[in-house]
Design a protein around this ligand. Sequence first.
Ligand code: SF4
Ligand code: SF4
Length: 80
Amino acid sequence: MDRIIVTQSRCKQCGLCVAHCKQEALSFSAVFTEAGYRPVQVDDAKCIKCGICYLVCPDRVFTIIGAPGGKASAKQSASA
Ligand code: SF4
Ligand code: SF4
């Protein structure tokens, strides 16, 4: 993948992605969402674009841009 997009308004601060990111690239923002959560943010300098956060997030927060092999694509985490 080329890039990962975080839709912070969907984040419920469950911490699953933070616990699974081996790069420690994820943290909680200091700014609250309208729903009252501190959403996840990505440190691009640490992120290796492994996609684990996309796989574990139950709230479709992550969208990945670009597929292995270079084909342009976009998909969003599967469950709501
Ligand atoms: S893509 Fe991988 S390295 Fe980047 S934030 Fe997600 S889990 Fe961490
Ligand atoms: S797994 Fe999804 S909902 Fe949970 S903290 Fe991470 S981004 Fe937010």
